[in-house]
Design a protein around this ligand. Sequence first.
Ligand SMILES: [Zn+2]
Length: 458
Amino acid sequence: MAFLLRRFWTIVGLLLAGAAFWNLHTLNTTIVEFTYWRGRSITTSVANVVAAAFVIGILVALVIGFFREARRALRHLREARRTKRIQAARDLYHEGLHFLLLGNHDKARRALQGSLEKDPSKPNVYMRLADLAAQEEDFGTAIQMLQRARLVDERNLETRFKLAHYLKASGDARGAAAVLEQILEMDATNRSALREVREIHVMLGDWERAHRVQRELVRLSQHDRSAATQQAMLVGLKYELARSLMDRGEEERAEKLLRELVKAEPRFRPAHVALGDLLRSQGDSEGAVEMWQGAFRASGDVVFLSRLEEMYLAEADPEKILSLYRQAVAAAPDDLRLRLLYGKLCLRLEMVEEALDSLRHVEAAGVDTHDLHILLAEAHRRRERFEESVEAFKRALRLRGRVDIPYVCERCLAESVAWAARCPSCGAWDTLQIRGRADLDQARQSSSHLPARVYHDV
Ligand SMILES: [Zn+2]
């Protein structure tokens, strides 16, 4: 229809042009000499000159139109071919992704590489190839793929994060940190990058840097739900920084940090323990005692008593720690943890009768833990009584080799013979508690309703 209409208008146009020419031809009969080249001319009517100019104009317009049309068609063809190629690359990418999820690495790799050949400009394809290589623990190829992806798209953050991740997985933690630092150069408030760079500093034991990064994270997260977690992490990292300063002999700065911690976080036990250790190493045993006793009075936590115990026994002054324990027991007669530890101390000091007294008190409150039985068995053994029952416990005792009450992490349940500020298993700070604390606390609650029972002898 449109074609017929166009043809119609063409015919109308030609007829009008013919009529106009005829009109001009009859009106202008003057003959002129028209020079079109140096020395060359023709003699014709004015109407003919005008008509010739008109026809030449139309011809020029047609030629220009033809070339323009041809160029457009060529571009269109090229565009169509490109679209087809990109579509094929996209299809191959999705096919590769599908096989990657199915775990068919060969087919996935073939599809993804095919996609890359058709269209090498998509960072996603490089990332999936990197994932594939990483799944086969070929981190070299994974890293190479991501470096190529970075060249394709400079601003793509995902490729950078992935690059950092695989550099770290390949053991190049410093390389990973450098990539994350580049992200932070573009945006200093990128919390994902801050968190990951902090993890690397923690892994490398670079507490100075980890602490600095964490301060930034605390500042950025102060108005959201992670604020408390981030603050707890800052406390832990500040503590580690103080510890590392102590190890390096920078005691002044370490003391300053620890005093800040003790003041700001009075319930954070590691800072109190470390500050006491620092004072002791500086020869200020009295300061350490004051520190730990104060912390014990405020918290009732036996970690401080254990610390005092180690110190006094090392200084061959058992009377002091005994009297400290006795005072504590007198002040809190229902604290079974205290009695358990007091029993253990008495055993260490060969005060078997007093040890038995204290341990039986714990037993009478209904506590039924492995550690209590071990201690009781050891006490009985030293008194050379209850041979048969003691024999069974002696076996258990020999297995462990020494009389110890292990600590357990309340977060990951890992056990540890010695108390530590940081769980060696999950890395959380201040989570190590004496094993069986829940049992002891429960028994303490129920025993406080009962009249005190004292077992002098069996
Ligand atoms: Zn743990």
